[in-house]
Design a protein around this ligand. Structure first.
Ligand code: PGA
Length: 247
């Protein structure tokens, strides 16, 4: 089955020229049957889609929970789809911790996206270091999934990608180990099975993110059987990212 290899460029690079350079190198280096999805900063999205829309799929790193109106600084789900964007990351831990987004807000965004657009939401969940050390991982995942998916129908849920991204693994160079990833995957599946029927849950992709690189990809997709990865830092390096995509 095709894996989802998602690049989260975050607030990088600083110029459009540099973003073209990354995609040019990636295009040359990439040899994969997997689905490669690039999530650049919003300002580059439209132009990159017009230049590379045949080579890659594109996603946004966030969106707002309303379609239009007096919401200074926000980008709506319709604006993204009207620009050719296919995916949107929602509830990334940096949105949660730096910009204080809560589960309720993330739930509103997910519902808007699913009710009114064809965008595929990539819902990020995961515990921080303190929560892991206090054995609260399961509790945190349970709360985040239940709150973020409140009011999402089975038909809508089928489209969602759930990204397990433990905060302590993001940008630290230390990825979760096999046991931790498998445990999270089983826990996520069982929570989803409490909410939706088994045949719906079997369609929901569950991926991993947090210091993914070419050394850990094999373990994540082949041993832990994750449906893909969300890659931050390593996605800005075309050689490294193409090795990850080749899994
Ligand atoms: P990282 O980021 O790969 O740099 O750890 C992952 C993410 O934040 O999605």
């Amino acid at each position: 089955m095709k894996k989802l290899i998602i690049a989260n460029w975050k607030c990088n690079p600083e110029t459009f020229k540099e973003s073209v350079k990354i995609l040019e190198s990636l295009k040359k280096a990439l040899s994969t049957n997997n689905k490669t999805i690039i999530c650049p900063p919003n300002i580059f999205l439209r132009e990159l889609i017009s230049q590379y829309g045949d080579d890659f799929l594109f996603g946004a790193q966030n969106c707002y929970s309303e379609q239009k109106g007096a919401y200074t600084g926000e980008i709506s789900p319709n604006m993204l789809t009207n620009s050719g964007v296919k995916y949107v990351i929602l509830g990334h831990s940096e949105r949660r911790s730096i910009f204080k987004e809560g589960d309720k807000e993330i739930n509103m965004k997910i519902k808007k996206v699913l009710e009114e657009t064809k965008l595929i939401p990539i819902l990020c969940i995961g515990e921080n270091r303190g929560e892991r050390e206090n054995s609260q991982t399961h509790e945190v995942i349970y709360r985040q999934l239940n709150e973020c998916l409140k009011g999402v129908s089975a038909e809508q849920a089928k489209k969602i990608i759930v990204a397990y991204e433990p905060l302590w693994a993001i940008g630290t160079g230390i990825h979760a180990d096999e046991e931790q990833i498998v445990d999270a995957k089983i826990h996520i599946s069982s929570i989803l099975c409490d909410i939706y029927a088994k045949e719906i849950v079997s369609k929901i992709n569950i991926i991993y993110g947090g210091s993914v690189n070419s050394n850990s990809i094999e373990m994540i997709v082949n041993k832990c059987l994750m449906d893909g990865v969300l890659v931050g830092g390593a996605s800005l390096d075309p050689v490294e990212f193409s090795k990850i995509s080749a899994c």
